[in-house]
Design a protein around this ligand. Structure first.
Ligand code: NAD
Length: 415
């Protein structure tokens, strides 16, 4: 499922939003293409002293509202198609949140699970040096994504700084706190998923206390979402990772499951839970479903099996346009990725502002600013969806695409 192309879906979404907005044909043509796509051959010596060659990609979609911003992923399925779609979604996400950024995404096609820490470091540094000319705090600012983390960002920041000749903490976000990272960044994406879910629950009249939740993915977004929502009083009944999932109607303690995963390498065979497949997880009996792994998980084939009342997209692109229509007709309240997971890029923006101004905000400051922004944006999208009688994805896209189009019109084309 994950190998399926996603760019056609991103383009379908852009077309739909453009038609709804009655967008100028020329602007639509501009937004369909990324401004720049960089392909590099990342060559490293591996631990056995052989040469490894990996394809590295950075796609910069559009930067009319500010420097490019977007994560870097390390995964065997990374393709130009995927990274281009993800860069486009970043453009809309930043515009919806009113952040002064354009959208970008990057990745290296590799299997990080089969590489040592030293190999990953060499890979990250070589990739950074190859795209160095296109990076910078006022040009393009990377962040972590699938199978990359704050250590990856520390290597990127160090490589960029070494090549410049001085420290540039504002060149990447999602860094460790001791080198300029922000308080609250680790939980930021999960927090925005939780804030949006809380507001959606009010709308669909679902009590959060003991509401049942299934989460696909148990990494940075999935684990933290489980933890935050468990602390909000919800009952986590199913969780999965790339090996499969576990289900327990009495509830799963995320911290204990995390220790189990560290010990055994997967979430499987935990406590009194039953093992389930990722397909079964999506169809679990639950009130809230949080896809927090990969694209293309809820499709035309399995959308009808979704039992949840709310789907909160922690992952980028987990639901195809066909599945969107099925879920909308079933009355499922879907909180789209470009809104639900926008907490990550929002706190990345806070980190960048702190770095540029050489300040450090407290955790309370960061979390309060994040909550205010997410709740305000949620209701902006919600009001538009009521007005347009559309699903939340369409209204979020209309808001994002509309803002970017307006900015292009205002700036005009040069020369
Ligand atoms: P991660 O590498 O920390 O975790 C990924 C998790 O997904 C792991 O538990 C892995 O086992 C699981 N997984 C991988 N393939 C799977 C499959 N086929 N089925 C089920 N589970 C699978 O990555 P992350 O940072 O948590 O990112 C997850 C998703 O959230 C991605 O779509 C990413 O683009 C999106 N996202 C992340 C952030 C962020 O701040 N990290 C922000 C916005 C969106």
């Amino acid at each position: 499922m994950t190998n399926q192309k996603v760019l056609p879906f991103a383009l379908d979404q852009l077309k739909l939003a453009s038609e709804k907005l009655d967008l100028d044909k020329g602007i639509y043509k501009i937004l369909k293409e990324p401004k720049r796509a960089i392909l590099v051959s990342v060559t490293i010596e591996n631990d056995s002293e052989n040469i490894g060659v990996f394809q590295g990609i950075r796609v910069q979609h559009w930067d009319v509202k500010g420097p490019f911003k977007g994560g870097i992923r390390f995964h065997p399925n990374v393709t130009l198609d995927e990274v281009t779609a993800l860069s486009m979604w970043m453009t809309w996400k930043c515009a919806i949140a009113n952040l002064p950024y354009g959208g970008a995404k990057g990745g290296i096609c590799c299997n990080p699970k089969k590489m040592s820490t030293k190999e990953l470091e060499r890979l990250t540094r070589r990739y950074t040096s190859l795209i160095f000319d296109y990076l910078g705090p006022h040009r393009d600012i990377p962040a972590p994504d699938l199978y990359t983390n704050e250590q990856t960002m520390a290597w990127m920041m160090d490589t960029y700084s070494q090549l410049k000749g001085y420290s540039v903490p504002e060149s990447v976000t999602g860094k460790p706190i001791e080198i300029g990272g922000s308080e609250g960044r680790k939980c930021a994406t999960a927090n925005s998923v939780a804030f949006c879910t809380r507001e959606a629950a009010k709308i669909v009249r679902l009590k959060l206390k003991n509401a049942t939740i299934a989460i696909q993915g148990f990494g940075s977004v999935g684990y933290n979402a489980a933890s935050v929502m468990h602390n909000m009083g919800c009952k986590i009944v199913a969780i999965s990772d790339s090996s499969g999932g576990v289900f327990c109607s009495d509830g799963i303690n995320p911290e204990r499951l995390y220790s189990h995963k560290i010990k055994t390498g997967s979430v499987l065979n935990f406590d009194t839970c039953v093992n389930i497949t990722n397909t079964e997880l999506l169809a679990s009996n639950c009130d809230i479903l949080v896809p927090a792994a990969m694209e293309n998980q809820i499709t035309g084939k399995n959308a009808d099996d979704v039992n949840a009342k709310i789907v909160a997209e922690g992952a980028n692109g987990p639901t195809t346009p066909k599945a969107d229509r099925i879920l909308f007709e079933k009355g499922v309240y879907l909180i789209p990725d470009i809104l639900a997971n926008s907490g990550g890029v929002t706190v990345s923006y806070f980190e960048w502002v702190q770095n540029l101004t050489r300040t450090h905000w407290t955790l309370d400051e960061v979390n309060n600013k994040l909550e205010n922004k997410i709740v305000e944006t949620f209701y902006e999208v919600e009001r538009l969806s009521k007005k347009e009688k559309s699903d939340m994805r369409t209204s979020a896209l209309m808001l994002g695409v509309g803002r970017v189009a307006h900015a292009i019109n205002t700036r005009g084309l040069w020369p």
